[in-house]
Ligand binder design. Structure first.
Ligand SMILES: NC(=O)c1ccc[n+]([C@@H]2O[C@H](COP(=O)([O-])OP(=O)(O)OC[C@H]3O[C@@H](n4cnc5c(N)ncnc54)[C@H](O)[C@@H]3O)[C@@H](O)[C@H]2O)c1
Length: 267
């Protein structure tokens, strides 16, 4: 199930965290992958580990807010794989600042990565995804990383919520548009709860600043208690959902929001 043999994928923010785990799992499922990130050394190391395990992986420097970088990443996909079947718009940032603390510059930076990054990835990968969709049984697939903060408000970082809520609706809008245009490209969003990556730990630090104790351990316990399932998510939990949506097993799923949050938003 969820096999991706013969498929090629491009994933942003793939040097660490959910992106790195997803790149590995896409390759394990049989896809050839291009990993893009601004963190070159770590990204190259992840690609090398995938290749050492028998996968096909290339790293390219990709700042998702740069149109020129996206053009280069897509050119690499064309050169190495002759096209693309899967795009994962994963790169994302969070500052953990509320409205009183955040500046206009914070907003512009976050918007450029989270939202412009998702838009530019979609726009530049579209021609290759369209072409491969013509010969693929269930078409091509785009998976966008939103968040639980794109479904319910995050007081920790309202600007992050604004970008992730926008990604959720951009997902639906492009799913409908591509479907109606006959492109055979499915577009879906994944909404993770807290995963203890660098970004997950950033949310503990932001929470701790609001506590009298200022203690990150206490902040972590409060965040944990928000997850009815009794644990945080893992990179694998989220990567499994992404691989499923990328695969032909999800052939009738488009415009959906797959919540991977241990019940956080069910309460
Ligand atoms: N960790 C969580 O708790 C959580 C929860 C919900 C949603 N998410 C979302 O999942 C995605 C992955 O998050 P993560 O937890 O793995 O974060 P992370 O901070 O561990 O990794 C993010 C990666 O994105 C890269 N990146 C940052 N800016 C970039 C840019 N301009 N261009 C290209 N790459 C860039 C970083 O170098 C890093 O490798 C993000 O979109 C995030 O918002 C994470």
């Amino acid at each position: 199930m969820n096999r991706l043999d013969g498929k090629s994928a491009l994933i942003s923010g793939a040097a660490t965290g959910i992106g790195a785990g997803t790149a590995g799992m896409l390759a394990e499922a049989g896809a050839r992958v291009i990993l893009g990130d601004i963190s070159d050394e770590e990204g190259r190391a992840v690609a090398a580990r995938i290749a050492a395990a028998g996968g096909v992986a290339h790293f390219i420097h990709l700042d998702v807010s740069s149109e020129a970088d996206w053009a280069k990443a897509v050119t690499l996909a064309q050169k190495e794989f002759g096209g693309l079947d899967i795009l994962v718009n994963n790169a994302g940032i969070l500052f953990g600042r509320n409205v009183e603390e955040a500046s206009l510059e914070d907003w512009q930076t976050m918007q450029a990565v989270n939202q412009a990054g998702t838009f530019l990835g979609t726009k530049h990968a579209l021609p290759l995804l369209k072409k491969n969709a013509l010969t693929s049984p269930q078409g091509s697939s785009i998976v966008n990383l939103s968040s639980v903060s794109g479904l319910v408000g995050s007081p920790i970082d309202p600007l992050y919520s604004m970008t992730k809520g926008g990604i959720a609706l951009f997902t639906k809008a492009t799913a409908v548009g591509f479907g109606r245009s006959g492109y055979r490209i499915r577009v879906n969003a994944v909404h993770p709860g807290v995963v203890e990556t660098a970004q997950g730990r950033q949310t503990f630090a932001a929470r701790a600043r609001k506590l009298a104790s200022g203690d990150a351990g206490e902040a972590r316990s409060i965040a944990l208690a928000n997850h009815p399932i009794g644990r945080f998510g893992t990179v694998e939990d989220v990567a499994n959902a992404i691989v499923f949506l990328a695969s032909d097993d999800a052939g009738f799923i488009t415009g959906s929001s797959l919540v991977v949050d241990g019940g956080l938003t069910a309460q």
